[in-house]
Design a protein around this ligand. Structure first.
Ligand code: GRF
Length: 209
């Protein structure tokens, strides 16, 4: 499936977060650059405490929060999240530290347009503790992966990867921070290319012209 770049306007992006939003901050800064090609039209979170919400509102970007506990069932949350994101008519939805697996309705609505950044070199160390598990395993290289989200946990088609060395005196914190630096640069570079050039997704093969 080919996703053409938006013509005559920037690519509309909704970013989903749960945390401090350093990836969001990098994207907001990039979107201010002339010619970057993307505009963040809304930021959504699954919790009020997500620090990135303030970054967004300070930048004049609309925000919304959908807490799972507000809904009678997970499907109802998924439906509400889908509708809230869809209301902003995004070309691309980015999970940037969003600590929730979305459900079938969301995946169907944003199929091929929903990407996630993860702090390991997938398929190694999926899930919530990528840097910790990489350290415990003793790998010498880890990194970050940008991928299209599918129904699995960190299993979708891979868009880009960047490697980061594991240093002998690393702890979880230092490794996590080193990965985040490379992860942000990759996210900004790749989202700009997607926005300006579009992309093709065929099975697990992703092509950005
Ligand atoms: C990123 O490293 C992401 O891979 C992980 O959570 C981090 C989000 O950080 N799932 P931030 O909220 O963008 O600072």
């Amino acid at each position: 499936m080919r996703y053409a770049p938006a013509t005559g306007r920037p690519c509309r992006v909704v970013v989903l977060i749960s945390g401090g939003g350093s990836n969001l901050a990098a994207l907001l800064q990039a979107c201010d650059e002339p010619g970057y090609g993307a505009q963040i039209v809304a930021v959504g979170a699954d919790r009020e405490s997500a620090g990135g919400l303030k970054l967004a509102s300070d930048a004049g970007v609309p925000t919304f929060v959908d807490r799972v506990s507000e809904y009678p069932a997970r499907d109802a949350w998924d439906q509400a999240l889908t509708e809230h994101v869809a209301a902003y008519e995004p070309d691309l939805v980015i999970s940037a530290g969003f600590l929730k697996l979305v459900g079938p309705e969301f995946l169907e609505r944003f199929e091929g347009r929903y990407i996630n950044t993860h702090n390991s070199l997938l398929p190694a160390f999926p899930g919530m503790n990528g840097p910790k598990e990489a350290l415990e395993y003793g790998v010498k290289l880890t990194g970050a992966t940008l991928f299209f989200v599918d129904a699995g946990m960190d299993t979708g088609p891979i868009l880009a990867q960047v490697s980061v060395p594991v240093l002998p005196d690393d702890d979880v914190e230092t490794l996590t921070e080193r990965i985040k630096v490379a992860e942000r640069a990759q996210l900004v570079e790749c989202v700009g290319r997607l926005a300006r050039d579009g992309w093709t997704l065929e099975g697990r093969r992703v092509t950005v012209p």
